[in-house]
Design a protein around this ligand. Sequence first.
Ligand code: GAL
Length: 421
Amino acid sequence: MRSRTRTAVAAAGMALALLASGCGADDGDGGAGSKKVEVFTWWADGGEKAGLDGLVAQFKTDCAQYEFVNGAVAGGAGSNAKQVLASRLQQSDPPDTFQAHAGAELSDYIKAGQIEDLSAQYKEWGLDSAFPKGLVDSLTVDGKIYSVPANIHRANVLWGNKSVLSKAGITAPATTLPEFFTQLDTLKAKGVATPLALGKDWTQQMLFEAVLISKLGPEKFSGLWTGQTDWAGADITDAINDYKKLLSYSNKDRDTFDWTDAEKLVMEGKAAYQLMGDWEAADLDAKGFKDYNYSVFPGNGDAYQWLADSFVLPKNAKNPEGTKCWLKTLGSAAGQKAFNTKKGSIPARTDANATDYPAYQQAAIADWAKGKPVPSCPHGSACSQGWQGAVASAQGKFSSDGDVAALQSALVAAAKQYAGK
Ligand code: GAL
């Protein structure tokens, strides 16, 4: 687990060094007639890399005149990549395309004038009717559509080690938070070192949001991001207290862990559960680990906490035609299948055939069709990057001091500063 964390840091360091030397991955071959298409993501390892590889294979077929250049910067949820990208955009040295989450996070780039309108391409490629309307709305500002979605992920999934759970006599998923606490106590009493594996900042945000969904229900939870729900309410205090209790079942070194480090505790049987998005399905599969089960986070019912990876055409991209070929491929039925069968997500297109997908995604496709969509802040569908950062730092502080009132007032202040911006 150490080496993976180190790889991430090394990759980010290397990317920063390249930046400082003015030597981007595409350097030396930019300009008109360039064949290289630098694709910037944080999909550097495991199931995430497998998904990217699937898409690249399709790109090689559909866009044989171009050459894929991997600009990935390792680190879950873009924890390193987003900083590198921000500096590159500031210096007018964008990659040919980059990964941006649908919703408020994408709007950051639109408002900053950093990406191009793709409405004409939507018409040309017949994408207008390919995606659900709600999703296209989250890619649209002032009637212009700015990006092509690759997928829909679900964030509020609880992954379990089957053997660890059955040895503790746990055979069915908890459906409420009180039931979950009872299970965690049982696991502790049976000597499981870490009943609930956890990682750093953004993974803690995910766990807290799952608790908020259970406490508030889908509508009130969604209202937290639109100004409709008050962050100062007693129900939020209650949720913070439950979240604090959950932290007591987690690994003490959580603040140094990426999501894959926490996942490793589950794979090794040192932990029973982990709350994580459904990229974990792909990652466990890519690592050959089969002894796992999954269920919606206890108390979340049919809330489907969604996020969507989408790709953009940056202003001043060196190879806009190559980028368009990438975007056309990932928006196509074949591209979405090549990517999502490996990535753990479901296709954003509505014309996909569920039977093409592994069992997890088949279940997710059915849940998405009947579930209640709620957004995610750490994965951009609910809030801007500024808001994400403010919540992450408040939760990081809470992870060490456990001060409930301080966390709540930081969350109130963040909402005041960022809601509607
Ligand atoms: C999310 C992203 C997913 C997955 C995850 C963990 O932000 O949308 O595709 O990469 O981070 O790294």
